[in-house]
Each structure stands twice: as C-alpha cells, then as structure tokens.
Design a protein around this ligand. Structure first.
Ligand code: C2E
Ligand code: CA
Ligand code: CA
Ligand code: CA
Length: 277
C-alpha cells in the first residue's frame, strides 16, 4: 500500500507539473503577445427594449497569437487570473475601451460601454483610482462606464472588494452582475449590494420559450428585479422567439447573436449608423 501511495503521489506531481508548465507557457505567450499587440477588443451591442436603440456595448477581449490562431478568453482569462497577468490585461482593456469610446462619442453616439472585471483586479483601492483617472483622461464620463463582475464575488462577502465596488459606484460607475443565475444565488444578495444591472446568463434562455419552467423562472427573476429597481440584461439572445418572449415579459435590455455578434470598432460604427437613425 505504501508503494502504491507513493506511486500515486509521483503520478500526481507529474500531472501537476505538466499543468503548471502548460500554464507558464500560456502566461509567457500572453506577456509577449501584449507587447506585440496581439490583443484587441470587440464590442457587442446591447439593446434597450424601451427605446429600441443600442444603449451600450460590452467590450470583449480577443487574442490572435503570432501564428494567427484565435485563443478564446474562456481559455486564457483563467490563466491570467491565476498568474496575475490579469492586471496588465485588464489595464489594456480599460485603456483601449476608453480610447475607442472617445471615438464613439465623437462620432455622435452617446452610448455606454460595459467592461468585464475579474475578482482579482479588485484587490486594491489604488487600481480603482487609477481606473477612474484613466477614464477621465480620455474624457469619458464615469456614468458611461459599467463594470461587469460575476455573482460569486457578491456572495463571497469579501469586504475589501465590496468596499472598492461601493467606491467606484459612488463615483458614478455602474455595476452589473454577470452570469446571474449560474451560482448558488443569489436573489438575497441583490438586496444587500448596490447594483444597477443583472445579466441573466444565456443558459436561462437556452430552451425558451418552449420550456415552460424556463419561462416561469425568467418571469420570476424579472419581477424581483423590478421590485428592487434593478435593470435586467438578457444575454445570449439567439432567436426571434427568444427576443419576442423577452419583449412580452418586459425585460429591459437584450444582447446576443440575434442582434449582433461582437464587432471591431470600425464595424461597430457602421452598425450604429444603420441602426440608430
Ligand atoms: P461573458 O462576460 O459572459 O461574455 C459573454 C460571452 O458570450 C462572450 O464570449 C460572447 O461572445 C458570447 N456571446 C454573445 N452573444 C452570444 C449568443 O447569442 N450566443 C452565444 N452562444 N454566445 C454569445 P467570449 O467573448 O468568448 O468571452 C467569454 C468570457 O471571457 C466572457 O464571458 C468573460 O467572462 C471573459 N472575458 C472576455 N473579455 C474579458 C475581459 O476583457 N476581461 C475579463 N476579466 N474577462 C473577459
Ligand atoms: Ca460579461
Ligand atoms: Ca455573462
Ligand atoms: Ca456567460
């Protein structure tokens, strides 16, 4: 038994070492990729049902490596979070989004931009202050910025992070709870923390409107949000049926391939021109 135990131990170490090496390799490629400008942003329009206009866009990070391969954020963001590179990546995202949004505003579209923030980026007040000065340096009002954070952060009750979120919001930045409904939530937590939007994860809509349970859950969620004065953004709207269901249920905002996939800035500007007027 002793030998077997030891073997398992070695085996486990090998696997762990391999995993670490793989992560280190991605980390190194990301660090170099940042210098080589392999990262860029695309923007996915979010529609306000009450006006039929695009009122904001979500900034989504893209990485095309030196061999031309697209690497999904679902793959590299978790590595960046683990290695700490998320701070540099997050800084790039905020700066680029501000540069691009100055162009959007100058082009005559008074819309907002929503930016994903990882929990690890909310570790210190200095970073938060740096973000605010970056936003103002580019002439963007704080109220044009929404930060999206996942619901697990609210539930973790991490005082420092929550304090930073309160501070950002006191300065006019809006907050959205991302992927709402995917954790062990959560409705209770909504009362305790100041949030402006919840983004309902697309798994909530995946079988609607055929699946009556999904429709009932969606309806319940919308009612609670309304009572708490929180706006609801439905994610992953892919079909006309989903769109019409959300409209019937008086959901506030929608985002998804049915409206538009995420677009590079120049294509977004064309899209806005055709859509808004
Ligand atoms: P997320 O924040 O939930 O972003 C929504 C994801 O759904 C995006 O995937 C988007 O392209 C995709 N999507 C949009 N509409 C539809 C639709 O109608 N159907 C389907 N099936 N998918 C749709 P993406 O761009 O691959 O991003 C994956 C995740 O990576 C994001 O999920 C977010 O958690 C993370 N991420 C992306 N950019 C950033 C960033 O700048 N910072 C941080 N911290 N995380 C990011
Ligand atoms: Ca998001
Ligand atoms: Ca989401
Ligand atoms: Ca999601």
């Amino acid at each position: 038994a002793k030998t077997a135990g030891r073997r398992t131990h070695y085996f486990f170490n090998d696997e762990l070492r391999e995993q670490t090496e793989r992560q280190n390799a991605i980390h190194k490629r990301m660090r170099e990729g940042l210098k080589r400008h392999e990262f860029y942003l695309v923007y996915q329009p979010i529609i306000d049902f009450s006006t039929g206009k695009i009122s904001k866009c979500e900034a989504l990070l893209r990485w095309q490596d030196e061999d031309g391969n697209m690497i999904s954020p679902a793959e590299f963001i978790p590595v960046a979070e683990r290695t700490g590179l998320i701070h540099e990546l997050g800084q790039f995202v905020l700066e680029q989004a501000c540069v691009d949004w100055a162009v959007v505003h100058k082009s005559g579209y008074p819309i907002e931009v929503s930016i994903n923030r990882s929990e690890r980026e909310l570790n210190d007040m200095e970073s938060a202050k740096r973000w605010l000065s970056c936003i103002s340096q580019h002439g963007i009002p704080n109220t044009s910025i929404t930060f999206e954070i996942t619901e697990s952060l609210l539930m973790s009750n991490k005082q420092r992070q929550l304090q930073i979120l309160h501070y950002l919001r006191s300065q006019g930045v809006q907050l959205a709870i991302d992927d709402f409904g995917t954790g062990y939530s959560s409705i209770n937590y909504l009362q305790r923390y100041p949030v402006d939007y919840i983004k309902i994860d697309r798994s909530f809509l995946s079988q609607a409107p055929q699946n009556k349970v999904q429709v009932a859950l969606l309806d319940a969620l919308l009612q609670v949000a309304r009572a708490l004065d929180i706006n609801v953004i439905a994610e992953g709207v892919e079909t006309r049926q989903q769109w019409e269901l959300l409209q019937r249920q008086r959901c506030d905002f929608a985002q998804g391939y049915f409206i538009s996939e995420p677009l590079p800035l120049n294509e977004l500007l064309k899209f806005l021109k055709d859509w808004q007027f």
